[in-house]
Design a protein around this ligand. Structure first.
Ligand SMILES: C[S@@+](CC[C@H](N)C(=O)[O-])C[C@H]1O[C@@H](n2cnc3c(N)ncnc32)[C@H](O)[C@@H]1O
Length: 374
């Protein structure tokens, strides 16, 4: 139960697990919500923008302001809606935006949960600047370990004078005062790199996994992807910028591709990358939680480099959910290909689920596994 001056709220993470070891909020949310009632606001009911609220703790507690809430995460959005309903609040009281469809009106109060990625924060501060008015107040929060000198420099460079609060329960607040005379420029995102071994230019929005260069695990996976599979339906599950599906499409000119991720920026990057690489070829691109929107027994090959954390919390449950849903979505004889760090022990889960698990290739750090649906 979240107990703050705004009320007491029952909150769950999303997707909800029966034995969830983690809370749906953190000390940074609590600190922020307490501070909001202690400091004077420019308006009684400020036009409020919430950025990166993890599972709706801020949206639920501040629902009286009818906030606009902006996130790159489908899971966060779904968690926010579920928590609003769970606390008897009509979800229509808030406006949901994703990270590539920003509102255009100005806001009086902007509450930012500082994201893990500095690139994402940079992009968001640039996109936020035009929405600031003379009275706008910006309060950001995070656990202390996530606030660095570089974080504060970004606020100072893009927004204006910035100071921090004292730490409380290992959380800290950041106050940025908009300087309207500042000429900050425009967001440098999306950024590009050329995919090694190809002439594909890879577009990366700010929040995309390994947005600055190809991840070493992904590189290893690319070198071992299935070839000559014919007219199969292939899913790039957790596609990020889509490099895995893109190279699979190159190896398999007749394959039909579906790119899936819970990040709006990821799916948008994958779509741009596929269209640039194969202008005449069709593929599907969907924002969703794992494979929840994909029909059962509809696909032949699933390629998966799973996440091992959600927000800042290290956790395997998303990977397990991806494996379980892959088993349902594959046709008989279909294959799930997974890459992971060797120490993560994915082979144990895969063997238990599928009854088989073969090592396709391995190096010092990574292992590529294949399980077949019988
Ligand atoms: C390790 S990255 C892999 C990215 C890319 N496939 C690659 O190999 O470079 C894992 C991806 O899974 C996505 N992801 C995390 N949770 C997800 C979920 N519940 N459903 C769909 N995608 C998810 C993340 O946004 C991220 O893009």
């Amino acid at each position: 139960m979240l107990r703050v001056p705004q009320g007491q709220f029952l909150l769950n993470r999303f997707p909800k697990q029966t034995q969830e070891p983690l809370r749906a909020w953190d000390a940074a949310d609590e600190y922020l919500l307490h501070t909001l009632t202690e400091q004077p606001l420019s308006q009684e009911k400020p036009r409020t923008l919430l950025i990166n609220d993890h599972f709706g703790a801020l949206a639920v507690a501040l629902s009286a302001y009818q906030p606009t809430t902006l996130s790159d995460s489908y899971l966060s959005q779904q968690g926010t809606l579920a928590n609003l309903r769970g606390n008897g609040i009509d979800p229509d009281t808030i406006t949901l935006c994703d990270s590539l469809s920003w509102p255009t009106e100005s806001f009086d109060l902007i509450v930012i949960k500082i994201p893990k990625s500095l690139a994402m924060l940079e992009d968001q501060l640039y996109r936020l600047r035009p929405l600031l008015n003379e009275k706008s107040q910006i309060i950001a929060s995070a656990m202390c370990k996530q606030i660095h000198r570089s974080t504060l420099k970004l606020f100072e460079r893009i927004i204006g004078p910035t100071h921090t609060s004292l730490a409380q329960k290992k959380a800290r607040l950041v106050f940025a005062q908009p300087d309207h005379s500042l000429i900050a420029g425009e967001t440098p995102y999306p950024k590009h790199y050329t995919l090694e071994g190809t002439d594909f230019t890879i577009i990366n929005h700010a929040n995309v996994f390994s947005q600055a260069s190809l991840d070493i695990g992904s590189r290893f996976f690319l070198a071992h992807l299935p070839k000559d599979i014919g007219q199969k339906r292939v899913i790039d599950l957790g596609c990020g910028n889509g490099v895995v599906g893109l190279v699979a499409a190159q190896y398999n000119p007749e394959a039909e591709l579906l790119f899936v991720d819970e990040s709006y920026m990821a799916v948008n990057s994958a779509k741009a990358n596929f269209k640039a690489a194969f202008p005449a070829r069709k593929a599907q691109f969907e924002v969703m939680d794992s494979l929840t929107k994909v029909a059962k027994a509809s696909s032949d090959i699933i390629l998966n480099n799973p996440p091992f954390h959600q927000n800042s919390a290290v956790s395997g449950h998303i990977a397990w959910q991806m494996f379980r849903q892959s088993l349902e979505v594959l046709r008989g004889g279909g294959e799930l290909w997974v890459i992971g760090n060797r120490h993560l022990g994915y082979h144990i889960r895969l063997k238990k689920l599928f009854g088989n698990c073969k090592v396709v290739s391995t190096n010092k750090k990574f292992v590529i596994l294949k399980s077949v649906k019988n």
